[in-house]
Design a protein around this ligand. Sequence first.
Ligand SMILES: Nc1ncnc2c1ncn2[C@@H]1O[C@H](COP(=O)(O)OP(=O)(O)OP(=O)(O)O)[C@@H](O)[C@H]1O
Length: 246
Amino acid sequence: MDALETRRPTVVVDGLEVEYRSFASGKAAADRPSLLRRQRGVRVVHALKGVSFRVDEGESIGVIGHNGSGKSTLMRAIAGLQSPAAGAVYASARPALLGVNAALIPDLSGDKNITLGGLALGLTPEEVEAAREEIVEFSGLAEFIDLPMKTYSSGMQARLRFSIAMARHHQILLVDEALAVGDKEFRAKSEQRIRDMRDQASTVFLVSHSMSSIRDTCTRVLWIDHGELRMDGEPKAVVKAYNASR
Ligand SMILES: Nc1ncnc2c1ncn2[C@@H]1O[C@H](COP(=O)(O)OP(=O)(O)OP(=O)(O)O)[C@@H](O)[C@H]1O
């Protein structure tokens, strides 16, 4: 049998379109009569315009593109948090989105947030206890773990979130820029963890503006440009083309 035929698809994105509608405000909108404002003030942003690709188990997919190109929207749509205006997303398991904005409670200590985050991920209280030491160690925050999370820097908060999320095996993991805020040492550790997950046949999506993270971690790269899939291929080639376009 051909090697391609033995690979199992984990995520299929088919003609995905996403639109955001929002009301304009400010002087231009205020100058118009209210009825017109409602009609004319609606802004429609076509954030994804017919994106299609298929991902197989064991692939780690880098997602790159300029600010506002639609990368986070794509992650949210794959996670099921954003409904498509057209097209569809199919996944072999429930994708877990790890973003810098994942909800933990700032007033609670890092330690209490480990409990909260672990339970939110679907771990049992016993599994949270079993994982606690490793989470604290991976985060490198042992001396701060009893302090409220709001006293942490954004990098420290991101480290804790990433460490909690990694306590559970995910068949499909979406990482949106979480690595960018950690320091160099933590980034190297996190990238290794992502490679390990890939070796365990999980599928990882990594959104990043760091081309070195993308090259070191991913087996394939999607370049999203103005809501369209501009290039899909081998990391070195896609990163080179992207850099040349800037
Ligand atoms: N909630 C929203 N309401 C209206 N427009 C939105 C919303 N979220 C995103 N957009 C718009 O959709 C487009 C794509 O945004 P998205 O956040 O997916 O881009 P991105 O590639 O992740 O950007 P960045 O690299 O800056 O994080 C942008 O034009 C943005 O302004």
